[in-house]
Design a protein around this ligand. Sequence first.
Ligand SMILES: *Cc1c(COP(=O)(O)O)cnc(C)c1O
Length: 362
Amino acid sequence: MPIDLRSDTVTKPSPAMRRAIAEAEVGDDVLDGDPTTRRLEERVAALLGKERALFFPSGTMANQCAIYALSERGTEVLADAGAHVVDYEMAGAAALSGVQIRTVNGEGPMMDAAALERAFRSPSPFVPRATLVCVENTHNGAGGLVTPVAGMRAMWEVARQRGCKVHLDGARLWNAAVASGSPPSAFAEWADTVMVSFSKGLGAPAGAVLAGPATVMETVAEMRKRMGGAMRQSGILAAAALYALDHNVERLTEDHAKAADFAHIVDRAIAATVVPPETNIVMVDLAPGLDAATVARKVAAEGVLVGVWSPSRLRAVHHMDVGEEEARLAALALLDALDEAWRELGDTSDWPAVTGAPPRAD
Ligand SMILES: *Cc1c(COP(=O)(O)O)cnc(C)c1O
């Protein structure tokens, strides 16, 4: 079995979670309600301090329903340039809600209130209005970084001044809460709608919840049905999510510790720079001339799978199905692979000139 650090989505339901699934009380959630799904929705609504929550098959569908409910057709949605809603949702905002996304680049690794402020254009009859801001926390593309509650509040205030609603893509809000010590509701306070996922670090097989004000959630329920996201005996999945809330949230600190350890080891490589992790994601930036896919292949041959985030960036995500010792072994294997790739680069001293690749960094 390889040590799989490609994503925290690879986590599989544990035997105890499978028992909770098997024993779930279920009903027809589209006809007249599934009791387990209802319990999950009520629990998450309370956890996030929102009036109503709805269970979804995926975080992507929940994000898209939030964008649909909160934005206006023919306007702009502002989001970080590396946000999931920008990169990995198949242009859903344009296709389903008729909005264009205006991407925002922060001064630092991700969007903040100052960058958001600058991104807004002055009201004019010649430019589209903005109606929605999407915030992602933790921020996957930035390496699992946390926007603290104060940062959420600052972005909310900028958005409100401009008459915009705010959606929080909190696929990994659990990680942000555990890492910062602020409860999920403290982050959620500064967003109209919040999506949380159960199939990342929480280890459930599938499922996400979207929570928000009752009136907004009415529109969300319509759109969920339209998209085919209303599920019948969904308590089978909701039971896994409830189990995850009981057993798999606090333990995320272990994943964060493994990520810190992993980063510490890999950072010894001459050929790479590691983005210091705040949660469970470690981004490894390769020196010029090194190719991420090549390094990933080398380390895969040693039984360690990491993600190729870009041609020069690898991503290693820590989760409950990789133990502390395995994480350390994986880091050492990656360190070896990086060193080997670096030596190979050195061996071909005429290579940069021939290929036009960037000069070696040594
Ligand atoms: C995974 C993820 C999603 C989408 O969740 P799915 O359940 O895979 O559709 C949305 N946002 C972020 C930040 C994610 O990491």
